[in-house]
Design a protein around this ligand. Sequence first.
Ligand code: ATP
Length: 893
Amino acid sequence: MSVTEAYQQTANELCQQYQVGVTSGLTDAQVVAARQRYGANLLPVKPPAPAWRRFLRQFNNLLIYVLLVAAALALFLSEYLDMAVILAVVLVNGIIGFVQEGQAEKALSAIGALLCNRARVLRDGETRQLDASELVPGDIVILEAGDKVPADMRLLQVYNLQVQEAALTGESVALSKHSDVLTGVVALADRRNMVYSGTLVTQGRALALVVATGSDTELGRINQLLTKVQLLTTPLLQQMAQFARYLTLAVLSVAGLVFVLGYFRDYALSYLFMAVVSLVVAAIPEGLPTILTIALAIGVTRMARRNAIIRRLPAVETLGAVSVICSDKTGTLTLNEMMVTTVQLAAARLKVSGKGYQASGHIDGVDNAADRQTLDWLCRCALLCNDARLTQGATAEARQIQGDPMEAALLVLAQKHGLAQREQMQAYPRHDEIPFDAAHKYMATLHSDHQGHAYVFIKGAPEAVLAKCQGYYSANGAVALDSHYWQQQVNQIAAAGQRVLALAVKCLSHQQTLLNERDLQQGVLLLGLVGLIDPPRPEAISAIADCQQAGVRVKMITGDHAATAAAIASQLGLADAATVLSGYELDKLTDTELRQAVQHTAVFARTTPEHKLRLVSALQQQGEVVAMTGDGVNDAPALKRADVGIAMGQGGTEAARDASEMVLLDDNFATIASAVAAGRNVYDNLKKAIAFLLPVNGGESLAIVLALLFALTLPIMPLQILWVNMVSSIGLALALAFEPAESNLMRRPPRRVNEALVSRFVLWRIVLVSMLFTAGIFAVFNWAIAQQLSVEYARTMAVNTLVAMEVWYLFSVRYMQGPSLSWQGVKGTQAVLIAVAIVFGLQLAFTYLPLLQQLFHSQPLSFSHGLLCVAVAIGVFLILELEKWLSRRWRQA
Ligand code: ATP
């Protein structure tokens, strides 16, 4: 059976062909057979570049070219040893880059795999949530607004379904779909009874039968291969890479100039060559791009461990600069474990006892037959106008819910009243529905009772439902509705922090199978209100406090009632919790008024996704960097607009995930706060790596330029510089990529988004440290020469001093402004200690191993001279501590 014909067949024919029941789905045995025949529902992924090509890519870099030219020059000047060492360094650098890049990419693709597409499937008579890759032809799938269509499917039942097929046809306007048969040959874009893999459900619901999976789908056919490779870069890293390129070019020009000048000053050619190569090698920060990429990859992996999945890497940087977090309430700030505690009838407020989703508990306070009958219908409405399912877990406490937790709570309410879901659904089968939509805030379903009566059940936000009610349901016939009274009841229940829903019914004396909004214009009777509790997440309370301390303002944007939202906001400890702006009021504000209002309003209630977009824009115009959460398909524009769009991994739709930069696996606000902290941490570490590496290069090149200017002996030889830069600098800087957060991380305000990475402060530090390093190198070198020690010996001391200064500077730079002279600071981290131990070992080898002595012209140092090198380094460290202390005092003054 080919896909092109499915649209020409009736639903019955197709179900027969796949031997599947519309209400039961495939059996497990059928799935196994189909799986063997068709394979997994996956599109072939482009294989990664072969290892040899990735290895060669490491050499495609300006510095390597420069080094290769240097090696060629060495060959030309018959300096074979120099040539061999340069080539060895190039090779080692390539291998390190290859391994690191491989690991970073592996980490990222492992994170990507956490975000698989899910599908709701009917199998063996029950609804299951499965990974979309497990679908087989013949499966019956339930589609809802926000879902990404997981395979090519023929629609069987459709409720108001609209699908955006841009992924396939390029057309971004959503099309409405139906389930009728089409005759003749119909073009792909016009097959309104089919939905195709990769397209997006923007509205409504549907039941559909899978007819093609994996590469048999239309997407699989037109699609070339899916490229999954994510570039390991961010704007900041690109800036730095460009900076490194400019620097290299500048260094090359200066080196050329030095060469020309030196040539006319009659330096020997080989000496000049050595000097120029030294300068080039000294001034270029070879390790910088690698270190920055690694710091970024470590940040992303750390965030993933805390349930925050970064979908677009630049978000790591932006997260650290976030100044406002706009969060949904339900499920993110609250537990989304709902329970009905209040039922309000016309003349009685009933209390509902019980715990969570457990069936034990009572509805207390009904004392007459009329109320009992109203309660009966209210519970029936709660049960039937409902898409959730409760399944019994191993114990009474471990009940599983499927679907919306609020609807599950309504099922529990009905159960406490003695109504069983299965029986009621059989007694009152559903024929049609108007699905819930955040814009109209209600849901309605149409049922019949096998005796020629039909019922429309409605539940939703009180103002939406009350506006449709003409009277109040009573056993003795409808009575007039006292709107003022009911509004008061809503406000009272909401002020206690409860979510309020109104339930209503319309009874019809004739059979009806289709429902539309016009049916709700007359004859609707209110059944009552229910109040549900949804406690705040305890961890959100402390996370909000942390954010507020870190200068990040938190705003609650909810579809819920203003009074409920305000009550929950104050339980959460949100600053300005009492200032609430409702969607209705928001509509009346001009853009200018809104820009002012957003600054001091913390709670936005009864909002729609369109309001979210206006709020993000208003905040951004005020210069804020905004993180915004969202879960529905209509939240996508606001998520895209926000600086960091955050989608929900559990409750959210695929559409929201596609539009966002980050996904919360646990839907928890506390995770956002920890991601902000992690973002700040990554940025700090990038800054530290730069502040660490650049002065080392600065110090080395300054030493060489000075030597040339004043016709002094070079204190460090080119190969030795290469050794320092490629071995100790990179090893030590790598430790900085693992630095944990500084203690004041969440106690300082967010950084300005346009703040330069190399700020004036960092620049000053770079200049100061460069000068200190140069002074240290010359001091030790000249002292050794003055002691009548050989030039080689003096150079070995200079190299060891330089590396010792690097090690001590590493301890200093770990706290950019705070003191490093504390037990915590000296103790370092595991990464720091390992790096220092390795570098120490390598320096011993450099100084004492005959083979390396030959390569680098080093000499074995006496113990006391070794100590002297370390002492000079400690001196530099102390000077830097003094500088930090002075600048702290100066800032405080
Ligand atoms: P948040 O935006 O913080 O997640 P929310 O879940 O209350 O809050 P919406 O989903 O937009 O936001 O819901 C808005 C209102 O619509 C709710 O307060 C409730 O009154 C009503 N509502 C929500 N879900 C349903 C549903 N399944 N059926 C009927 N009414 C609903």
